[in-house]
Design a binder for this molecule. Structure first.
Ligand SMILES: Nc1ncnc2c1ncn2[C@@H]1O[C@H](COP(=O)(O)OP(=O)(O)OP(=O)(O)O)[C@@H](O)[C@H]1O
Ligand SMILES: [Mg+2]
Length: 341
């Protein structure tokens, strides 16, 4: 097949200023090259298409040549940025991998995603979406609470200090987040239990081996959640990245089944396609809750890097290349595409 690989590429070196990470979710050139090589290893021709402001024009010109777009583009601006490439493909009737425009737009809004989950009876932490710092607070809330910008990923804006114990701290943090990120802030009850992430592949998806993030191994100056400081600073200091996680997670069979089911239910509730990663945390009673779903999970190559989807795929027996080809195959089957070389 002729595949258009749509991506956004990181141009800035990682910043130590957590509010200045404009392209934190974009892919490094090495990741884009590795995905391209994986698709070529399956006998395909790959055309690179950067999802910049000329993306639609590039796709328009290639419309009759492309059999499918492999879409890892996070998009450029706005609250539906992850929907941009899917919409272009929809307009041009080009098949594409990963979820639809609608799913990618909803999933980027964490509060809206939680409303969909609740409709389907899927547990997710109690929450309130603040549109200004002095909004009255939900009286049922139990501290501690965790604050997150409503529409970011890669722990952008989720700092260690966002875990607050009282209203004074909450208001201070709200003011800071509104100033730094200019968007609604999601406030959730903090779940104290173990944390898992579940990679899903295919339609309907198979769950790959469950990963537990070993937050119990964090140094005592860090709160027990995957904050900006944990993902962008602590993980880089590890002599062995496997200190940060277990895969497969050590679980009793009932809890394992419960986590697999809630992940698959989430994939179905959001109409996800081909690939996704669901973040899950246990409450004080040991019950799993969904924190969020990632419809374009990071696919960074290399065994020394913490990139959870490829880690789970590796433990399931996929090579990096066969994992990428399995995502492509899942999408190709949906569109009934057959291989043309
Ligand atoms: N309600 C909660 N209770 C406990 N911990 C939480 C809660 N919400 C978020 N966290 C912690 O914060 C981390 C980041 O939250 P979340 O997954 O929503 O953000 P993200 O930046 O979109 O993540 P990703 O890197 O997966 O894109 C979680 O992995 C978890 O450790
Ligand atoms: Mg997450």
């Amino acid at each position: 097949m002729v595949i258009g690989l749509c991506f956004n590429v990181k141009t800035n070196a990682p910043s130590t200023d957590p509010t200045a990470q404009t392209d934190a979710e974009y892919d490094a050139p090495e990741t884009i090259a590795a995905i391209k090589a994986a698709l070529i290893s399956g006998g395909h021709k790959v055309i690179e298409i950067e999802a910049d402001q000329e993306c639609y024009l590039k796709l328009y010109k290639l419309q009759n040549r492309l059999d499918i777009v492999f879409n890892i583009a996070e998009g450029m601006y706005g609250d539906a940025r992850e929907a941009q490439v899917p919409i272009f493909c929809d307009i041009l009737e080009i098949p594409y991998t990963h979820s639809s425009a609608l799913t990618n737009a909803i999933k980027l809004d964490k509060a809206l995603t939680k409303k969909v989950l609740l409709y389907h009876g899927i547990r997710t932490p109690e929450f309130q979406l603040f549109s200004r710092p002095n909004e009255p607070i939900n009286s049922h809330f139990q501290y501690p609470l965790l604050l997150k910008p409503n529409a970011e990923g890669s722990s952008k804006g989720i700092l260690n200090a966002n875990l607050v114990k009282n209203e004074k701290q909450l208001r201070e943090r709200l003011r800071w987040l509104f100033k730094a990120f200019s968007q609604p802030v999601l406030v959730e009850e903090f779940l104290p239990g173990r944390e898992f992430t579940v990679a899903l592949l295919g339609n309907p998806p198979q769950t790959l081996p469950i990963i537990e993030q070993r937050l119990d191994r964090l140094p005592s100056n860090l709160q027990k959640f995957a904050s900006y400081e944990v993902k962008w600073l602590w993980e880089d200091t590890l002599s062995d990245p496997r200190i940060a996680y277990d895969c497969p997670a050590k679980l009793n069979p009932d809890l394992e089944k419960e986590i697999q089911n809630i992940s698959q239910d989430t994939f179905a509730a959001l109409n996800c396609r081909d690939v996704a990663r669901v973040d899950i945390r246990l409450d004080k009673n040991g019950k799993p809750h969904v924190l969020e779903i990632n419809t374009m999970p990071g696919l960074i190559p290399g065994e020394d890097i913490i990139s959870y989807f490829p880690i789970a795929a590796r433990v399931a027996g996929y090579s990096y290349n066969s994992m990428l080809l399995a995502i492509l195959e899942a999408a190709s089957k949906r569109y009934h595409l057959t291989k043309k070389h």
